[in-house]
Design a binder for this molecule. Structure first.
Ligand code: NAD
Length: 292
């Protein structure tokens, strides 16, 4: 029989991901803060829990997908948290994007209670979550990875064990650096092309067929063309991720000169009240700089 799943955090990513597990035949019990997301889970065939403790009590595998390190700590520790209420022997798969150190600390604290942990952050965005084609970067032990793999295969396409606890988060931090710099480059090209009077759609189509093409350009082209910045991936979350990669790189002595500039542009968007927009709104920051 399939392992019984508890899912904590049913947001933009967690809702479609948990629904893919239900479609694959898993029994999923979920908890999250918004009532409409709980209703959505019930409509999809999942079971709604009234608390984290209730959600995790009978679970073989617990999956978490919350915004950042403070939320992972809030749901994991304390009398009402996952570690206190899960069965010994359960596997906790945290798919949130958080600092590598938080993942390392969580794995240690969980081991004291007989709970195994994997960090398994994802890339591919909301579309990748819906289509179950996420790239999943995993940190932890091989035996736990082997156990998690069939579950992760219902959520993603590229699933790789990157190393010990925290390694998945380190790879995800690199992913966020690449994505931010890529969006920034596209945004600069968009402003340049429009100021030059070139047809933007034609330009982006031909650019995407050459070496300048990218998943970012494919997925964000419509946002650039229509200036619709509904998330997707919120600037607030990318701001968090630029902080993670900047800190982690400083700790190992890696210089990120271009990443540091893009991190500042993300921070400025947030300071101007655009933190709730999709990260393709970096176009707005470039437009402001260019008076466009
Ligand atoms: P979101 O804000 O849409 O969802 C977060 C969910 O966590 C919410 O439903 C909220 O209720 C829940 N939550 C927060 N605190 C909680 C608590 N104490 N108890 C129970 N539930 C709690 O965020 P998202 O866009 O789904 O992102 C989740 C994670 O995935 C983040 O770490 C993000 O960086 C990462 N991520 C997001 C994307 C994307 O495109 N949105 C892509 C890859 C990775």
């Amino acid at each position: 029989t399939l392992p019984k799943i508890a899912w904590i955090g049913l947001g933009i990513m967690g809702s479609p991901m948990s629904e893919n597990l239900i479609k694959a035949g898993y029994d999923v019990t979920g908890f999250t803060l918004e009532q409409d997301k709980l209703d959505r889970l019930a409509a999809a065939g999942g079971t709604v829990a009234g608390s984290i403790a209730e959600a995790v009590r009978d679970a073989d595998v617990i999956i978490t997908m919350v915004p950042a390190s403070p939320q992972v700590e809030a749901i994991s520790y304390g009398p009402d948290g996952i570690l206190e209420n899960a069965r010994s022997g359960a596997l906790l798969i945290d798919m949130s994007s958080i600092t590598p150190q938080t993942s390392v600390d969580l794995a240690k604290a969980a081991a004291d209670r007989g709970i195994r942990v994997l960090d398994a952050p994802v890339s591919g965005g909301e579309a990748g979550a819906i289509e179950a084609v996420l790239s999943i970067m995993v940190g932890g032990e091989q035996a736990d990875f082997d156990l998690a793999k069939p579950i992760l295969q219902a959520l993603g396409k590229t699933i790789v064990l990157c190393g010990p606890h925290g390694s998945g988060q380190t790879v995800k931090a690199a992913n966020q650096l690449i994505v931010a710099v890529n969006i920034q480059a596209c945004a600069e090209a968009v402003v340049f092309l429009e100021k030059s009077g070139v047809d933007l759609k034609a330009a982006l189509d031909v650019l995407n067929g050459g070496l300048a093409g990218s998943t970012v350009l494919t997925r964000k082209k419509d946002n650039f063309l229509t200036r619709d910045f509904k998330p997707g991936f919120r600037i607030d979350l990318h701001h968090k991720d630029m902080g993670i990669v900047t800190d982690a790189a400083r700790n190992v002595g890696a210089a990120l000169p271009v990443g540091a500039v893009v991190a500042q542009l993300v921070a400025s968007l947030r300071a101007q009240g655009d933190g709730g927009l999709d990260h393709s709104a970096l176009l707005r920051a470039v437009e402001r700089l260019s008076g466009a």
